[in-house]
Every structure is written in C-alpha cells, then in structure tokens.
Design a protein around this ligand. Sequence first.
Ligand SMILES: [Zn+2]
Ligand SMILES: [Zn+2]
Length: 200
Amino acid sequence: MLIECLPTGMIDSNCYIVYDNNEGIIIDAGVDTSEVLNVLNEKKINIKYIVLTHIHIDHICHVDELREKTGAKVLVHKNDSEKLLDPMLNGSGFFGQKTSFKPADRVLEDNDEISAGGINFKIIHTPGHSSGSICIKGENNLFTGDTLFKMGRGRTDLGDGNERDILSSIKKRLMTFDDETVVYPGHGDSTTIGAEKVFY
Ligand SMILES: [Zn+2]
Ligand SMILES: [Zn+2]
C-alpha cells in the first residue's frame, strides 16, 4: 500500500492518493485537479473512489471536476451527503463561492468496507467535527480528516459540530487502535495513535 500526500489544498488541506497495483482511492478533494492528475498520470494510477472525510469546502472544492476527470465514484457519509448540495452547509457560502456540489454516488455508513488495488479500507464514523465525519483505515494507516490532527483535533463550532461527540469518537473509536497505527490528518503532518494517546 502506497500513500502520496498532496498538502497544497485550500486552507492547507491534505489530499491523499492511496494505491497499490495501479489502482487506488483519493481521500479529500481540496487540491487543484491538475496537480492530482499529474501524480496519477506519472504513477499510472486508476482511481476507483473519491472518499470525502467530511463536506467542508476545503476538502471538497475540486470534487466535481476530479470526479469528471477520473471517472471515480464519490463516497460520503450519509449524515453529510445532503450538505454537499447546500452552499451554507458545505461552507462555500462563507467564501463567497456559493457552490452547490453534485450528489455523492454512494453514501457510507459506519463499518462499511471498500476496496481498491487489493487494499481493503474500513469506514469509521467519527461524528463531532461534523455529524458525518469519517475516518478511513487501510492496513495500519488511519486517515482522520479533521477529526484528529497531530497534537490537536478539529473545531466543533461549525454547522452541526459537537465537542462531546468528537471527544467520544476519538476516545472510543480511534484510541482503541494499536499505538503504531499511523495517523494521516486532513491538515498538517502525520503522527501515530501512540503519540496522540497522551492527550486523551
Ligand atoms: Zn472541516
Ligand atoms: Zn479542513
């Protein structure tokens, strides 16, 4: 399993390309499509799914173009799927863009599994930063969106964010993984579950 991190998204969001055997998934779509396509072409990667960790604008602003150019299916948790269509709920209204995105191709629920390139990914519903925030686990790697950062966690004062929920998600769902599990957040550097455990 190979991981490319493009850290150049809107508000410095990370976009991850996770792949093996020339097939993979993209996690979040805040990076310019041309930059993503360059990597895909160079490494000859076919994208099966674009998985959104949640629907804030800095993680989804290029999703429709990326879907069109790659032919991949867009996946989002069912609690966040309606918000894709609503400029106030997806945050684009705050940036004066008023963007309504196309609906997801498939909605996800807790414990769903998807596979690409021979890698199995598990969807972990971690509400708190938004009610439909998810983390995605593939092998020993955990993609946490804006739920868990290196030495921090996502804000809960936007939309339907909830501080009690994010703490519960982190403690009950994420901190149960092995200390060696590598955490790839939606912003900033990677870390490990072991390193973050001291804060919870
Ligand atoms: Zn966010
Ligand atoms: Zn973000």
